[in-house]
Design a protein around this ligand. Sequence first.
Ligand SMILES: [Ca+2]
Ligand SMILES: [Ca+2]
Length: 184
Amino acid sequence: MDIPGDGTFLDSLGDPIYDAWVTWGSGGFDLEAIGVISRNMNFEIWQDLQGLTGGERGALADPDGDGIVNLMEYSAALMPLAPDFPSDLQSLIYEDGRVGLVFYRDERAVDLVYEVEVSDNLQNWEIIARSEHGGLMQPVHPYMPEITEKSASTIESIQVIREVRVRDIHANAPQRFMRIRVRK
Ligand SMILES: [Ca+2]
Ligand SMILES: [Ca+2]
């Protein structure tokens, strides 16, 4: 069980894809700076609310140098101008011979797609679960991973941050990798 390093690359359409296996802020979620409660946040609005200007802006920018690019900060309601600890962005669990991935998603981020992928070799990845438009993480056919979600944080009584846990579809594999991918 291992977590590979950062992997930001372009998909077949030239859109950036964000492998979220890098990070997550350990001080928990510092949500104050979001300020405005909206059920339909998007990345542009979020950048404005966070006060990002000039070179601080952009999906791949990392103005606080914590190794978490802005799109990932956005996906997990982290702070783009305050360092978060990468180890808290996501974590791997291992139970009963099965790997699982725990991460967080901001359900207001309706412009994001979150996908959980598994691999035996870091070459071929299979998508086993997906959340779109702020919706619940759902199994991707034909896979039936065990998925649990719970509220991880609230803002003014509105539950916005979800802790998502997805277990691997295979148990007792000699080698197994999981990652969360976030894209617009
Ligand atoms: Ca950052
Ligand atoms: Ca940060």
